[in-house]
Write a protein that binds this ligand. Structure first.
Ligand code: CDP
Length: 240
């Protein structure tokens, strides 16, 4: 049956209700919570600090080290604790997505550790983790060339859908499910991370870039508001 309407009543270009708050891990140098619908991520930043083991040190630059993990009960079928192929891949793409906007040359010989914990998962966890991490880095006072925001775009019955849920991510529209996570910088609108899982035609792909840019602009506004001290929970705003 063709997909008539999004199950949660959203427009095709609408984000899920967003939650955003900084300072959620007081012992970290910077921290943030970012949620989109039922997906919730917490990021904590430690550093810049001296890098051990010393042989990994780079004299002319700092490095960023990200670790993405899911809590065992963040998903319906318990996720096995500890690193997996998936978590290693997501940690790596998160590092790459962030490295471009941090002036690591300012921190020679050091490491910035970014711990990302997915406390609840309903697709788009890598994007939520990146959004939380970017906020946590800014909250730690680490100078960033620009902010970054991340969103997963999907395709449902040939229509581009913003910020897809797990149900939408798994939806088979004849060509198969399509999931395209993007990370985009706030000013120059450069894509620092892009993955494609599934199938998409060129013109639809171009549309998905436009949808991601619009969504990331909205996300960026929310991230900035949270960094100014606002505690954002659009779930509560909707209930009012
Ligand atoms: O979360 P994201 O969309 O970035 O990555 P994914 O690998 O495409 O996973 C999509 C979703 O599958 C996750 O957000 C979870 O809701 C679910 N998942 C799960 O239930 N159990 C896992 N071990 C991994 C993912």
């Amino acid at each position: 049956m063709p997909y008539e309407k999004r199950a949660d009543g959203r427009e095709m270009n609408e984000l899920r209700p967003i939650q955003a708050k900084v300072g959620v891990v007081p012992n970290a140098d910077g921290s943030a919570l970012f949620g989109a619908g039922k997906t919730i991520a917490i990021a904590a930043v430690y550093g810049p600090k001296p890098l051990h083991p010393a042989h990994m040190k780079k004299a002319d630059t700092g490095i960023i080290r990200c670790e993405y993990n899911m809590l065992p009960f963040s998903v319906t079928e318990r996720a096995r604790p500890g690193p997996s192929r998936r978590s290693k891949e997501i940690s790596m793409i998160t590092e790459n997505a962030l490295a471009g906007v941090i002036d690591l040359k300012r921190f020679p010989g050091t490491v910035i550790d970014v711990q990302i914990m997915i406390v609840q998962a309903d697709a788009g966890t890598r994007c939520a983790g990146i959004n939380a991490a970017a906020m946590a880095l800014a909250h730690a006072g680490i100078v960033m060339k620009e902010m970054i925001s991340s969103v997963a775009i999907g395709k449902i019955d040939d229509k581009i859908a913003t910020d897809i849920t797990k149900e939408e991510e798994d939806y088979h529209d004849g060509e198969g499910p399509t999931d395209i996570p993007f990370t985009i910088t706030s000013n120059s609108k450069e894509i620092t991370h892009l993955q494609l899982d599934g199938y998409i035609q060129t013109h639809r792909f171009k549309e998905s870039i436009e949808a991601a840019k619009i969504a990331c602009e909205k996300l960026n506004e929310i991230q900035i508001r949270a960094l100014k001290g606002e505690e954002i929970d659009e779930n509560k705003e909707k209930e009012k």
